[in-house]
Design a protein around this ligand. Sequence first.
Ligand code: RB5
Length: 149
Amino acid sequence: MTQKIAIAADHGGYTLKEDIKNFVFNDLNIEWIDLGAHSEESVDYPEYGFKIAEAIENGQADQGIIICGSGIGISIAANRSPSIRAALCTSKEMAELSRQHNNANVLALGARIISKETAMDCVQAFLTTEFEGGRHERRVAKLGGSQNA
Ligand code: RB5
């Protein structure tokens, strides 16, 4: 099944968003949509967290990647939607665990916190790691929201 990924960032994450599109998406069998921002002009991160949540909830995308300076603000915004499980990750291991244990459907990154190389590793791991299910199924179900979104 082809994955459909939505990506969004504020001005602090704009450059890393472009790098992810160029270096990761083009190497993997995925379709992607870019929900902005489209420059380094200052914008407000909640709008981009909300856009990703909306794209996943309405079926435009299966998963999302969101980036701001720290990754904190945009992940808080996305996680306001009940069916979003946005995981702010700073290592490849965290990105793997967010999929294996939490069935995270959004990866959040802080462009001012991690190196470009670590960010690429996180994206690659997030997009290629499956949810383990089993005992984690019950815990994720307790978070509420849709399990498929
Ligand atoms: C923007 O300067 C910065 O506050 C934003 O990118 C993010 O780090 C917020 O959490």
